[in-house]
Design a binder for this molecule. Structure first.
Ligand code: AP5
Ligand code: MG
Length: 225
């Protein structure tokens, strides 16, 4: 199953993707996580990307398209994938369609998670993220606090506030989303792929709504199908 999670910054794409990995046994491809790893490593690409990320702007299409095309060729994507934060522009969506067609594949579902803007600002300015990239679990100081302040429940690593989770950058990210990414809802609606869901309520309720759209799936058969 090839899935795209669409939604504004803080809509819950990462939170839901982490639960969907367990349910469907397919990998999450988060361009934001890949870019943050490049920033941390201090690569040339990471240095350039950081300027855009800190300003709440999009990293140029050719950079992220190249990242995703390479990632989709990895063997763990053969059973499917969850795209989180990609595509974010119509040219990215067109490039994705082209890359998948070459591989004899296509997108099966686009779930668009809707949350109003002020709720998104509250979610992001209160978010705390696990520093361990292999874990990357998200918490919220009010809505989903960790058992011990500043410490990840899952792996025990330190939690941090992302550089782009300050109110000024969050507002800029929202503007970018409305201008560049929201048109993708129309792009995928024209292909009859988009399923909007309300992204407010408990994380489990939202997860159940997504699973209701995607179907049971999972890894039930010992033969691997
Ligand atoms: P990226 O990392 O993709 O950030 P984003 O899209 O802004 O999304 P977030 O990760 O902030 O939010 P989320 O939807 O994952 O929410 P989460 O589940 O954490 O991109 C960062 C930057 O990289 C971009 O600005 C851009 O510069 C660059 N970039 C990335 N991809 C790119 C691309 N394709 N093209 C160009 N540039 C690109 O949840 C948020 C918080 O809410 C958490 O605290 C969580 O605990 C809480 N929460 C979740 N669900 C609920 C709920 N139901 N109720 C209450 N709280 C909840
Ligand atoms: Mg995320």
């Amino acid at each position: 199953m090839n899935l795209i999670l669409l939604g504004g910054p803080g809509a819950g794409k990462g939170t839901q993707a982490k639960k969907l990995i367990d349910k469907y046994q397919i990998p999450q491809i988060s361009t934001g996580d890949i870019l943050r790893a490049a920033v941390k490593e201090g690569t040339e690409m990471g240095r350039k990307a950081k300027e855009f990320m800190d300003a709440g702007k999009l990293v140029p299409d050719e950079v992220v398209i190249g990242i995703v095309e390479d990632r989709l060729k990895q063997p763990d994507c053969t059973k499917g994938f969850i795209l989180d934060g990609f595509p974010r522009t119509v040219p990215q969506a067109q490039a994705l369609d082209g890359a998948l067609a070459k591989m004899g594949s296509r997108i099966d579902h686009v779930v668009s998670i809707d949350v109003d803007e002020e709720a998104l600002v509250t979610r992001l300015t209160g978010r705390r993220t696990c520093k361990n990239a292999a874990c990357g679990q998200m918490f919220h100081v009010k809505f989903t606090p960790p058992k011990k302040e500043g410490v990840c429940d899952k792996c025990g690593s330190e939690l941090y506030l992302r550089d782009d989770d300050n109110e000024t950058t969050v507002r800029s990210r929202l503007t970018t989303y409305n201008q560049a990414t929201a048109p993708l809802i129309g792009y995928y609606a024209a292909k009859a792929l988009v399923r909007p869901i309300a992204g407010v309520g408990s994380i489990d309720d939202i997860f159940n709504k997504i699973v209701g759209i995607l179907g049971g799936g999972g890894h039930t058969c010992a033969c691997g199908r």
